[in-house]
Write a protein that binds this ligand. Structure first.
Ligand code: NAD
Ligand code: ZN
Ligand code: ZN
Length: 344
């Protein structure tokens, strides 16, 4: 089968012919219908040999939807032919967070060598992929695989981040979304769908700001040194209740730090490598800071429901599997509108 693999540090990913996997006991084999590209893929492919820990060759793709093709011995709960989304943050299934469905915060995954598909385990950018357990599959019930595949990360991650902030997102509140890309453009829609908050979106690209307006942001601003003054102006001098940073660079964290209000919240989702100084004089009084990771299985079910009822959607740019390397070039150049999705 064809697969898009990262094979050598610093080199672009390539299409290779590899053996079609066979599901071992308890596993499920999917025929992949769609696989999404995430900026995190670009991040790991930019790491040096010393920092890269995901194994080579790596079949990319941690957003996947497919049709169940074969069940390993004893695998139950799904049937051949079911169309399912892959819940990617695989955990041990046994520790306390896993017992709550929070496998994204598994306490033992590292120790047990459990890694998500496309971030250690072979991912979705191939004609077939293995899923380690049926509990990591969620039926999409008639939704279009290409339209919903990115909800498994670009939807789930902001949904999880926003749900933790709902106490602050009351009517009259303001939420700032920094970076209206794959995750950010879904975040804007989730904020509009599940809370009554005013949404201000920031980006460095006019096209992304246009998209943010189109999908529901109340205000859009250039992400620059003037941004936090503009946010204060839009909030009667108070600042934003919640700042969701989908970039996480030093420059964007500085915008977050200077635009959040007293007792507000900064949520760092982007892995841009910036650090927020901590200490009594760093932020306004009472500000809390979180760095959420991915989301829980029940939240994925909820995100899919938001799509089913038409409250959120992903703007998709579709590519064939063979065009995967080109799609990553576009992602790297920042010219993807919404999310890029590969269709094997
Ligand atoms: P993306 O490339 O699709 O979008 C990034 C957006 O940020 C683009 O629109 C870009 O124009 C904009 N941008 C770049 N620099 C900016 C700046 N200085 N100010 C404002 N906007 C700026 O990326 P994505 O796939 O949406 O991922 C976003 C981030 O989230 C990445 O860092 C990714 O690795 C991370 N991520 C984190 C998690 C998690 O669990 N915490 C999960 C998925 C992705
Ligand atoms: Zn991702
Ligand atoms: Zn666990």
């Amino acid at each position: 089968m064809r697969a898009l693999q990262y094979t050598a540090i610093g080199q672009p990913p390539e299409i290779l012919d590899i053996d079609r996997p066979t599901p071992a006991a308890g596993q499920v084999l999917l025929r992949v219908s769609a696989a999404g590209l995430c900026h995190s893929d670009a991040f790991i492919m930019g790491l040096s040999a010393t920092d890269y820990v995901y194994g080579l060759p790596l079949t990319l793709g941690h957003e996947g939807v497919g049709t169940v093709a074969e069940l390993g011995e004893g695998a139950t709960g799904v049937r051949v032919g079911d169309v399912v989304a892959v819940y990617g943050p695989w955990g041990c299934g046994q520790c306390v967070p896993c017992s709550r469905g929070e496998e994204n915060y598994c306490l033992r995954a590292a120790e047990l060598g459990i890694t998500p598909p496309g971030l250690g385990a072979p991912g979705a950018m191939a004609e077939y992929m293995l899923v380690d357990d049926p509990r990591h599959l969620v039926p999409i019930k008639g939704l279009d695989p290409v339209q919903v595949v990115s909800l498994t990360d670009a939807g789930l991650t902001p949904y999880h981040a926003i749900k933790q902030e709902l106490d602050l997102l009351q009517p009259g509140s303001t939420a700032v979304v920094i970076g209206a890309g794959g995750l950010g453009h879904v975040a804007v829609q989730i904020l509009r769908a599940i809370c009554s908050t005013t949404v201000i979106a920031l980006d460095i690209s006019d096209e992304k700001l246009d998209l943010a307006t189109k999908i529901g942001a109340h205000h859009v601003l250039r992400s620059d040194t003037e941004a936090s003054a503009a946010i204060h102006e839009l909030t009667d001098g108070v600042g934003a209740d919640v700042v969701l940073d989908f970039v996480g660079s030093q420059a964007t964290l500085e915008i977050a730090r200077t635009s959040v209000r007293v007792n507000g919240s900064i949520v760092i989702v982007g892995i841009g490598g910036g650090l927020l100084p901590s200490g009594f004089f760093s932020t306004p009084f009472g500000v809390r800071v979180r760095n959420p990771y991915w989301g829980t299985r029940d939240e994925l079910v909820e995100v899919l429901e938001l799509a089913r009822t038409g409250q959120i959607h992903v703007e998709v740019e579709k590519f064939g599997l063979d065009d995967g390397p080109k799609a990553y070039e576009r992602l790297h150049a920042g010219t993807i509108r919404g999310r890029a999705v590969l269709v094997p």
